[in-house]
Design a protein around this ligand. Structure first.
Ligand SMILES: Nc1ncnc2c1ncn2[C@@H]1O[C@H](COP(=O)(O)OP(=O)(O)O)[C@@H](O)[C@H]1O
Ligand SMILES: [Mg+2]
Length: 386
């Protein structure tokens, strides 16, 4: 489901508990909660403007103001949230006036099922609207066909190269909960990670976010993966909310998705515009790559969103690009040269490889292709696969 954010204005304790229980499994991010409508509207509306909820769930059981005025006010904010009216019992006369007032739903206990359906309808509508108007920046994921193919290496270097293109702000986010290593590779020394974002979705705004990411390179901020064993299980619905938040604040979000695909990975796909599957030309990696592509396509991911990156290419090879494309079934989007020495040297000095090195130029070319700008001309080209 398209990630939604919601605000709650609910007074009855039972209703509030019922709602929380119904919202939890849907991965809806709550951006504010309040027991009642405000005395002073201005600061309240400003707050709504800041947190931009997709929907406000407002209890209308004991309303002190005319319903129509309340709905109008809530909808007058820049987020133009949908308003769902809630009542602790069915009230046929109120249902009609709530809907007339501009509420899109009127819900009463048991709320779980009708609420789920209403949110699904809203998510669908928001997604359709989002398809017309580009929704925030672009999110690109790097996925390793098999551990060790180079997804992390490429994600780091491409993020840095994208930042160097001055094509906007770039986030590099490590969501590889098993083997997240970006914090170490980039020497971020951050005390915070993706787990802090996930565990504090409710307070997630720009000022909180700034405390979580680290920066050292202009235009580039980094969100690391958690290292504590307890944080290695994060609900993918919540990770998705974090990615959706990131996309609204960065021009580019580069995501290290780790290796292989799990159910969690699949559920993230609707916030990932392009997935760069990184493989080498080794047979086991090719086998895995082919399987992963099939899984992604079966899950409804579009072929046009899939990119194959062939890493560690050498002059000597048993298989040509054409043969490889036939085996895998999608074109090779980019190649990165094999260069053990350069990586070894850079990593042992605690830095990324220079942009002028041969792999550095491959990363720059890939970044330029991603950003849609003219590709830099390579100084030296390993002609590979003829
Ligand atoms: N093009 C390359 N040439 C040489 N070594 C590479 C190249 N790409 C990656 N490596 C090395 O391969 C190892 C695994 O890379 P990594 O990015 O961690 O893989 P993954 O994230 O796919 O598991 C690292 O030691 C990295 O330095
Ligand atoms: Mg990795």
């Amino acid at each position: 489901m398209y990630p939604l954010t919601a605000g709650l204005i609910v007074e009855s304790k039972e209703l509030w508990e019922e709602l929380k229980a119904a919202l939890e499994p849907l991965g809806i991010r709550l951006v504010f909660e309040s027991p009642q409508l405000p005395e002073a509207w201005m600061p309240f509306l400003e707050r709504i403007d800041r947190v931009q909820p997709d929907v406000i769930l407002v209890e209308v059981t004991r309303l002190k103001e005319p319903l129509e005025a309340v709905v109008k006010r809530l909808r007058s904010t820049s987020a133009q949230p949908a308003v769902f009216a809630l009542h602790n019992s069915a009230q046929p006369d109120l249902i009609l006036s709530a809907l007339r007032a501009g509420a899109s739903e009127f819900l009463y206990p048991p709320v779980a099922e009708p609420l789920k359906q209403a949110l699904e309808r809203l998510a669908e509508a928001r997604q359709k609207a989002g398809e017309k108007v580009p929704w925030g920046g672009k999110t690109i994921g790097f996925l390793s066909a098999k551990g060790g193919c180079g997804a992390t290496t490429i994600a780091c270097h491409v993020a840095k190269a994208l930042a160097g293109l001055n094509a906007g702000k770039v986030l590099l986010a490590d969501i590889d909960l098993q083997a997240g290593i970006i914090g170490f590779l980039l020497k971020t020394n951050s005390d915070y990670s993706l787990a802090d974002a996930v565990n504090n979705l409710q307070r997630l705004d720009l000022s909180y976010w700034r405390g979580l990411v680290s920066n050292g390179t202009p235009n580039l901020e980094v969100l690391t993966a958690p290292t504590a064993p307890a944080a290695k299980q994060l609900p993918s619905g919540h990770v998705k909310q974090v990615l959706a938040f990131a996309r609204s604040h960065y021009d580019w979000s580069v995501i290290d998705m780790g290796r292989n695909v799990r159910a969690g990975t699949l559920s993230l796909l609707d916030v990932i515009d392009e997935t760069y599957l990184v493989t080498t030309s080794e047979v086991p990696a090719l086998h895995q790559a082919k399987q992963i592509i099939q899984i992604l396509l079966d899950a409804g991911y579009s072929r046009s969103q899939l990119r194959l990156v062939l890493n560690r290419t050498t002059r000597r090879t048993d298989v040509t690009i054409n043969e490889l494309e036939t085996i895998i079934g999608i074109p090779v989007h980019a190649t990165i040269v094999n260069d053990f020495e350069t990586f070894y040297q850079a990593f042992s000095e605690g830095r990324l490889v220079d942009s002028s090195s041969v792999p550095g130029q491959d990363f720059a070319r890939l970044a330029a292709k991603i950003a849609g700008v003219t590709e830099p001309v390579r100084k030296k080209r390993f002609s590979l696969f003829g």
